[in-house]
Ligand binder design. Structure first.
Ligand code: HEC
Length: 121
């Protein structure tokens, strides 16, 4: 009887640890588009407030695939993709922040048309 109690208490503690771990790792793994929208304010000057860029020499980010955005952001951070502005923009940001902004831009709804009118070269 007593042993059984000790065992179940240990069992409960173990479950507690597993639940806490799952919750913590869910927090790390799940990007938050809402937080990303707030963080994207620093990107808006060039990429537009909704990821549709005002300047024709800056790429649109709205509706872009999350995986692609993350690949580019990590490449800018590592310096394997070189662009002075973007390398500097991304350098101070954490992986969690990058995931959040990538999640935000990937969830912006776009309708396919042509990109903003620009000089055809
Ligand atoms: C001062 C202007 C400027 C700011 C601010 C800026 N970017 Fe950029 N971004 C650019 C330019 C220019 C490029 C194109 C770089 C190149 O030619 O490789 C670019 C490229 C990118 C790309 C690659 C897009 C693609 O299609 O490959 C991503 C992703 C990106 N920026 C995300 C961000 C995020 C996220 C922020 C905010 C944290 C940000 N940028 C802030 C100018 C800017």
């Amino acid at each position: 009887m007593r042993t059984q109690f000790v065992l179940s208490a240990a069992g409960l503690a173990a479950i507690g640890v597993i639940v806490a771990f799952a919750a913590a790792s869910a927090g790390v793994n799940k990007p938050d588009p809402g937080a990303g929208k707030v963080e994207s304010v620093m990107c808006a000057t060039c990429h537009g407030s909704d990821g549709v860029s005002a300047a024709t020499n800056v790429p649109n980010l709205a509706g872009q695939h999350y995986e692609y955005l993350m690949e580019q952001l990590i490449a800018f951070k590592k310096g394997t993709r070189k662009n002075g502005v973007m390398n500097e923009m991304v350098r101070p940001l954490s992986l969690a922040q990058l995931r959040n902004v990538a999640a935000y831009y990937s969830t912006v709804q776009i309708s396919m048309g042509t990109a903003k009118e620009s000089k055809q070269r």
